[in-house]
Design a protein around this ligand. Structure first.
Ligand SMILES: [Fe+2]
Ligand SMILES: [Fe+2]
Length: 338
């Protein structure tokens, strides 16, 4: 064996031991190329979803029914931006620069969660999105706090805390509406009717049609299968819907005494595949908006780069001068020009 082969064999052995003992793999550790590739794809798609996911709700900030609702919604949308940033940082530790990940999104090569290609038609949709979409995200993401890749798992801990607030605020919007006028209750019910199916699809295709899941579970990235997570979500939302006084649009939904779970009806996987392929009701609009936002943000990136360059120059000057202990001019400290 060559020295390279030896190093790979040793790396693989170390990696296998980390997975076997359910420890964390860190950026410094050797990892199989497929593990790196799978995680880069998963974490960056997750980041893209957080960023694109800001759009349906940001669209309602100016139309929120009160100052209180407006500030809560703004905080929620800002949280999603933060989630995107943590996740891009985690993805970068796997070796692909953020500019490239962003390019994959803007060029349409990367995917993001299909749920964000649905429109938010009424104020009640803010409730349905928070309760069902963020609720499904929590079910999916809590087990990811234990994902084998350290930076991803740690990012998920904070994200999940914020997602819990998001779900709660969505539930509260729906509660107020479902206990309001007849028209408000109808609006809440219609929003739930529209988001229920797509929210259940957020867990991905049924286990039999999800070949990559097995490998992700063997690597301790994924802890439960798509169908297990979906079942957990259904079991969670049925009593919550009862507390809201709203129904879930599924005639097959029924408690199964034998299984100890709720049965639910077949989902529309044809629609799911069509949305995934970019034919969702808002797919074109979402990508157009993201590209515009990226272009409009060019001046911010240029200013940040210029500032970083000045900081680096100031720090180099400081290092040269520190031997003589001369005080630095304030302009160098803040990176300002003369
Ligand atoms: Fe989020
Ligand atoms: Fe959220």
């Amino acid at each position: 064996m060559t020295t390279t082969d030896d190093a790979v064999a040793q790396g693989q052995e170390h990696f296998d031991a980390l997975i076997a003992e359910d420890s964390r793999v860190e950026p410094r550790d050797w990892m199989p190329a497929d593990y790196r590739k799978t995680l880069t794809r998963q974490v960056s798609q997750h980041a893209h979803s957080e960023i694109i996911g800001m759009q349906p709700e940001a669209n309602w900030i100016t139309r929120a029914p009160s100052l209180k609702r407006k500030s809560i919604l703004m905080a929620k949308v800002q949280d999603e931006a933060g989630h995107g940033l943590y996740l891009y940082s985690a993805a970068e530790t796997l070796g692909t620069p953020r500019s490239e990940l962003n390019e994959q999104l803007l060029s349409g090569r990367a995917k993001y969660s299909s749920i964000f290609n649905y429109p938010a038609r009424t104020w009640a949709d803010m409730g349905a999105i928070g309760w069902l979409v963020d609720g499904a995200a929590i079910c999916n993401q809590v087990p990811l706090c234990r994902a084998s890749y350290g930076p991803y798992g740690r990012a998920m801990v904070r994200i999940c805390k914020e997602e819990s607030f998001h779900q709660r605020q969505g539930w509260e919007i729906l509660y107020e509406l479902s206990h309001g006028t007849e028209a408000q209750k109808k609006m809440a019910q219609e929003a739930v009717n529209r988001f229920y199916g797509p929210a259940l699809q957020m867990f991905g295709p049924p286990d039999g049609d999800s070949p990559n899941s097995q490998q992700s579970m063997a690597w301790n990235i994924k802890r439960f299968s798509n169908d297990e997570l979906r079942q957990r979500f259904v079991d969670m939302i049925v009593p919550q819907a009862e507390a809201l006084g709203l129904s879930l649009p599924d005639p097959d939904l029924a408690w199964n005494e034998e299984r100890g779970h709720y049965d639910y009806g077949e989902l529309d996987w044809e629609e799911f595949m069509s949305v995934i392929k970019g034919r969702g009701p808002c797919s074109v609009q979402r990508m157009k908006r993201r590209r515009e936002a990226h272009e409009n943000g060019a001046w911010v990136r240029e200013a940040a780069a210029a500032y970083a360059e000045r900081q680096a120059m100031a720090s180099a000057t400081h290092q040269n001068e520190s031997s003589t202990d001369r005080p630095r001019p304030a302009a160098q400290l803040i990176g300002a020009t003369a």
